[in-house]
Design a protein around this ligand. Structure first.
Ligand code: CO
Length: 136
């Protein structure tokens, strides 16, 4: 079951500058950062309960975020729905015809399991589903 809007992710061309903007100008706390090698992404999290802003930046200058930045220069990248049972939600949505990027959930940030729904299944919006570490 989908239980929350876990985060909204923004792809940024300059991570330090973006962190500074969200912390100093918008006053959000810095929640931490993490290199997610499986996604070739560096992610910075800024909590804004009950959700979070995730700034995503290419790890080692390559990967899907690098491609996105080359095409668009930055922008809203994805929404993430939190699930309390990711396998069940993926199976249910596959049954309704949703296409996923990848066959099964893979390790994401903070030890969570994550999978993405193809944007063409959701009117052009990339949607991530995650299940936090403590729930799987
Ligand atoms: Co995300």
């Amino acid at each position: 079951m989908i239980t929350a809007l876990d985060h909204i992710a923004i792809a940024v061309p300059d991570l330090e500058k973006a962190i500074k903007r969200f912390v100093e100008d918008f006053g959000l706390p810095m929640g931490g950062r993490e290199d997610v090698s499986s996604a070739k992404t560096t992610a910075a999290f800024l909590p804004l309960p009950p959700t979070n802003i995730e700034l995503v930046y290419p790890l080692n200058g390559e990967g899907p975020i690098a491609t996105y930045l080359e095409k668009k220069g930055g922008g809203l990248h994805h929404l993430c729905f939190r699930s309390d049972n990711i396998e069940e939600d993926v199976a249910r949505l596959r049954g309704k015809g949703y296409q996923f990027l990848g066959d099964a959930p893979t390790p994401g940030a903070h030890g969570s399991m994550v999978i993405f729904i193809h944007p063409k299944s959701c009117d052009g919006v990339l949607i991530e589903i995650n299940q936090p570490a403590e729930e799987h």
